[in-house]
Design a protein around this ligand. Sequence first.
Ligand SMILES: [Zn+2]
Length: 206
Amino acid sequence: MINNLRRSHQNFLSTTTDIPVWKLSKPSGSFSTNSIYHFIKSHPTHSSHLSKIWSFKIPPRFQIFTWRMLQNKIATLDNLHRRGWSLPNRCVLCTCCSETAVHLFSQCHFYLRLRSLVQNNSTLRPHSADSQFPENPMALVQRRDVADKTKDIWAITFFILWKERCARMFSETSKHPASLLQEILSECCIPQQQHTLKSQFYSLMI
Ligand SMILES: [Zn+2]
């Protein structure tokens, strides 16, 4: 019995040759881009959820930052630690907590003060007061009950906050949340058409 099995196994090995088979194309087994397209379409991923960011009516620098931030791909101190950097982990905005993306964009006292200014600003209020800023930044793409313009304001606020964090860390300059509000206002009050033109301009440069 054992010998028969060995013989048939050896015969199988000697008479067959390996051939590549593309599992997504059945029964042919041949590669096709069409099969990849249908596979990706039928298996929505986390990143496809994030793709909503590209429809925001804001310049690409805000879109790209938000896309990276929501995937925890920005150079926060905890991420740098994971990559082997030995740096003291202290949030430069509030100086009382460790810096993580979750802390910066949902818990930091500096962020909460800026968020309050944005929500209570008379120019932004039509878009920001009825919908609270998210406890979890991921709500930026997950919540369907929030207007597109409100999400634009969220994304711009996150970017301006990160810019301030980097200025404090690398240039040792600092601004009050009220100054950051003016920057947010100047970005948010650009007419829609001008934003579109700016987006087209930036996309040509990338
Ligand atoms: Zn902080």
